[in-house]
Design a binder for this molecule. Structure first.
Ligand code: SF4
Length: 481
């Protein structure tokens, strides 16, 4: 039987053991609002729902085995946690299934970092209400950043949900196997490893510290053991994840840092590449830059969110650096790592952002010329400092105009940067096949498509680039030297 990961668009062999849904400890049945209303129920097809399947598993049906479905939205942390949850459920005997309607267990892995993401999560949960009513024995659980400490409020708002559990936690109603030892049996070639949870920074607009808590680093030994095991099982590349990955280790007794961890991981046989996400300009140390420059497996690819090109806005955001310090940091990185690819994040329409302050952001991006810019419009998150203290006073259409202007600028910059690779040969780690083409990434994180008759999944291939665009590259396999 073949399974399919809808996010990575990869097929793989499932690893579910024999098991039974009866092993679950269910919460006491809750009274649901539609019971009170006694209204009729219309059959509802989730496939026809407006909600996209962001991530899921499918397909085989064996009647005796319970099925799980995970719907994920948000950052790589969420995706990594969903993969871990999937492995956990499979070790409990569940099989993945793409169609939520047929699942015995549905987990919604949520994101509320922006209002648009929260809206999609709420829509998804509302779309699942009829299914829960039709099949009361279905277990519906929610994790991710929607889950806050106020469980009573969540229960009232989403009575169709059986369980809420915090991001990164074990589903509390399931007891075995040991949560800390869960790894995918067949990891994808490029896999995620979470090394630190939470964040201590409390940027004024950000909900993460309130939902994921303060910094909690995993021990070096535990991470090394996990990466070695992933490599034994087939992984070739790991991306170390954290909301602020540069602050890794500061909360551990012997205070190792990310550079120390990279050095240890670099020595693992069979591991080909290492990446890390997401950095914070204030916490990126010269030691870390040196580690990226000197360790052969650490990719020359750094994600360093600037958020704004205005010092006034950076202060209001509580980012802890100035534009001048950020510019100096970029210069140091480029001096030490000449072929580095840099990406950044920007928020437009922060409260009271003037046209001039926006222009400063635009000018900084024009000057620094990043490989990738992720731009988002500001949306107030209840409970954060900026939501409490500042009026969200930039009209939506103006925020959209600013976003479009930056996207347009970046499209041109990325097109020029990528065009420099035309005719060059790049090394690609093959991550999968889509529409008859293999695809993978360069060390600098560029997405490359090419054709090849043989299965080359997980291999390093030399590809001669024949076509470029702002978003991806296309090429042919280069044989021999
Ligand atoms: Fe949020 Fe990142 Fe700031 Fe932490 S560093 S508060 S995760 S924006």
């Amino acid at each position: 039987m073949l399974c399919y990961n809808a996010y990575t668009k990869k097929h793989y062999l499932p690893t579910a053991r024999e098991g039974s849904h009866s092993g679950l400890v269910r919460a006491p049945a809750k009274r649901l609002p539609w019971d009170d209303r006694g209204r009729g129920f219309e059959s509802h097809s989730l496939r026809q729902s407006s909600m996209p399947l962001i991530w899921g598993h499918c397909f085989s049906r064996e009647k005796t085995m319970p099925k799980y479905h995970i719907w994920t939205i948000g950052c790589q942390m969420n995706k990594a946690e969903s993969e871990r949850l999937g492995s956990y459920f499979e070790q409990l005997g569940y099989q993945p299934i793409a169609n939520a309607e047929e699942a015995d267990l549905i987990v919604v892995n949520s994101c509320v970092v922006r209002q648009s993401a929260e809206n999609r999560v709420v829509n998804k949960l509302n779309a699942l209400r009829p299914l829960k009513r039709l099949r009361p024995n279905l277990t519906l659980a929610v994790t991710g950043c929607l889950v806050n400490a106020d469980l009573a409020q969540l229960n009232e708002r989403f009575p169709q949900v059986d369980y809420f559990f915090k991001p990164g936690d074990c589903p509390q109603w399931l007891e075995k196997p040991e949560w800390g030892q869960i790894l995918p049996h067949h990891p994808v070639p490029s896999t995620y490893v979470s090394i630190i949870q939470g964040c201590d920074n409390f940027c004024s607009y950000c909900i993460v510290p309130y939902r994921r808590g303060r910094n909690r680093s995993r021990r070096v030994k535990e991470i090394i053991g996990e990466v070695k095991e992933l490599v034994n099982r087939g992984a070739k590349e790991v991306t170390l994840l954290g909301q602020n990955v540069d602050s890794y280790g500061h909360d551990l007794p012997d205070q190792p840092d990310l550079a120390d961890l990279l050095r240890e991981l670099n020595a693992i046989d069979g591991l080909l590449r290492i990446r890390f996400l997401t950095s914070h300009p204030r916490d990126m140390s010269p030691k870390l830059i040196e580690a990226v420059a000197s360790l052969d497996k650490v990719c020359e690819h750094i994600s360093l969110p600037v958020q704004s090109g205005s010092n006034e806005i950076l202060t209001a955001m509580r980012r802890g650096y100035t534009v001048e310090q950020y510019r100096q940091l970029i210069t140091e990185i480029r001096d030490k790592i000449p072929r580095v690819a840099l990406s950044t994040d920007v928020i437009v329409g922060f409260p009271s952002e003037t046209e001039q302050q926006f222009q400063q952001t635009f000018d900084l991006l024009s000057e620094l010329r990043f490989d990738t810019v992720h731009v988002a419009v500001y949306s107030p998150r209840p409970g954060t400092l900026s939501a409490r203290e500042f009026e969200d006073n930039i009209p939506a259409e103006e925020k959209r105009r600013r976003l479009n202007k930056i996207e347009c600028l970046q499209e041109g910059i990325a097109a020029e940067i990528n065009a420099r690779l035309l005719g060059k040969t790049v090394e690609v780690l093959v991550e999968g096949e889509r529409k008859g083409k293999w695809y993978g990434r360069t060390r600098s994180g560029k997405l490359v498509f090419f054709t090849n008759h043989n299965n080359c999944l997980g291999q390093l291939m030399n590809i001669r680039i024949e076509k470029t665009s702002p978003w991806s590259l296309q090429g042919k396999v280069r044989r021999g030297k």
